[in-house]
Design a binder for this molecule. Structure first.
Ligand code: URA
Length: 263
């Protein structure tokens, strides 16, 4: 093994699985250079913005995302706008921008959290282990992947599959909200707390939300039925919850029939 392979192995053993940029930076907030050691190094080191600066940056990025999204008249426009958008740092550690996939006229839109490693590599949502389980779940109630439209709260993979931050979700949400307006589904099937909490603007658990008919309002005031269930990645780790997930799928099927949807 040569030296660079040894260094890579060392990083991987330490849990590093993504490169976040070419230039090293300190995670110590500005202001911390008041400590003697930091003051000594501050001339050479690039510091990350303090938390308040970060919040301001996120607010500005969210505002710009909203304005850009309003211009998108089609899903293709929106994809192009998203691919050019640089307001979320997750973009710089990801390999792909994972936009929604499926039938643009679908009655059922399925929403997860964020791409994982497989989705990041292939550039399509839900194609890894969670996606394979999702396909089986949908086919158990007679739905095919291509009948639905599938998307995520975040279009970029958080490094190491860490949980997305509130700031990242806030910046990326306008893109998902516009996708929902452009697809105009009759039912949203929200998988996991990130999707449900961000779209329904609450902090409830999946356990508290599942089995209920909730409502999502678009910016133009249209109401869409929203059903919530466990995320497939959670089901892969907690197979005892699959029985509840099966009940949620039957509830989805019941609503599809009640609303006479052609999926
Ligand atoms: N998990 C998600 O939430 N979305 C994907 O696309 C894949 C895994």
């Amino acid at each position: 093994m040569n030296d660079s392979a040894k260094i890579m192995e060392w990083y991987m053993l330490g849990g590093v699985d993504a490169v976040c940029g070419d230039t090293p930076f300190s995670i110590v907030p500005s202001g911390a250079e008041n400590t003697p050691r930091m003051a000594e190094n501050s001339a050479q080191t690039e510091y990350r913005p303090a938390t308040t600066d970060l919040a301001q940056e996120n607010n500005a990025a969210r505002k710009s995302a909203k304005e850009l999204c309003e211009k998108a008249q089609t899903l293709d426009d929106l994809r192009e706008i998203l691919e050019r958008f640089e307001g979320c740092s997750l973009k710089f550690s990801a390999n792909s921008t994972v936009f929604g996939y499926g039938n643009p006229d679908a009655d059922v839109m399925i929403i997860g959290e964020a791409p994982g490693a497989d989705e990041d590599r292939i550039g399509e949502p839900f194609v890894g282990r969670s996606g394979q389980l999702l396909d089986k779940m949908m086919s158990s109630i007679g739905l095919k992947r291509d009948d639905c439209y599938i998307s995520n709260v975040l279009p970029w993979r958080p490094p190491g599959n860490r949980n997305p931050t509130d700031g990242e979700i806030a910046v990326c949400l306008p893109f998902l909200q516009r996708q929902i307006e452009l697809v105009a589904p009759k039912i949203l099937f929200l998988l996991g707390a990130s999707a449900a909490n961000s779209l329904l603007d609450n902090a409830d658990t999946v356990a508290a939300m599942r089995g209920k008919a909730m409502e999502y309002s678009t910016s133009s005031g249209n109401k869409i039925l929203a059903l919530c269930s466990y995320h497939p990645a959670y089901l892969l780790r907690n197979s005892a919850q699959k029985a509840k997930s099966w009940n949620d799928l039957l509830y989805l099927r019941e609503k599809i029939e009640e609303m006479k949807l052609l999926v």
